[in-house]
Ligand binder design. Structure first.
Ligand SMILES: [Zn+2]
Ligand SMILES: [Zn+2]
Ligand SMILES: [Zn+2]
Length: 177
């Protein structure tokens, strides 16, 4: 399914009834990729007024089941959702603030799906998560990743330009250095 199709069309093609909560959830996730359920619930309430968090959870589950949303579960973080489905892209996650950005697998290919020895399995997904420090947290902690230390801080800032500002429960953890 083309993720850029209108939400109504996406729902119908997934044989889901078009409801206002479903439309609002799809719209909210599209607007804030990699948001967690609580953030999405806030966005949905801002659009529709009172909608219970449980109702939003139910819609997220139905849309994920129908493959209209992808659910990402980084270790130690609540599940996040995005509308970019089916392309086997990966994520880079900040260890400190939980900021997350998309990382393409490789140009027009999915080499990580070619397991060295698949043990007879038919593989359809490779869950790869890169962990590190986002540019903002590198700056705040005065620490730079060793492989990036030769780069200027400006160029490492711009290297991950689509880091989302999604909040995380770990966000206020104090920095070690
Ligand atoms: Zn960070
Ligand atoms: Zn993503
Ligand atoms: Zn890959």
């Amino acid at each position: 399914m083309n993720a850029s199709a209108p939400p109504e069309v996406q729902l119908r093609s997934a044989s889901l009834r078009v409801t206002r909560p479903r439309l609002a959830v799809l719209d909210a996730v599209r607007g804030t990729p990699h948001a967690d359920a609580d953030t999405i619930a806030r966005e949905v309430r801002a659009r529709l007024g009172s909608v219970s968090t449980q109702a939003v959870y139910n819609v997220l589950a139905a849309l994920t089941e129908a493959n209209l949303l992808r659910r990402i579960e980084p270790a130690g973080s609540p599940a996040r959702y995005e509308t970019r489905v089916g392309d086997n892209h990966h994520h880079v996650v900040c260890r400190v603030c939980g900021a997350m950005a998309d990382v393409d697998c490789a140009v027009d290919e999915t080499p990580c799906l070619e397991a060295d020895d698949p043990h007879g399995f038919v593989i359809d997904e490779a869950e790869v998560t890169y962990w590190g420090l986002c540019p903002r947290c590198q700056k705040r902690s005065g620490r730079s990743v060793s492989s990036m230390s030769s780069m200027s801080s400006m160029s490492s800032m711009s290297s991950v330009s689509s880091v989302s500002d999604t909040t995380s429960p770990q966000g206020e953890k104090s920095h070690e250095q």
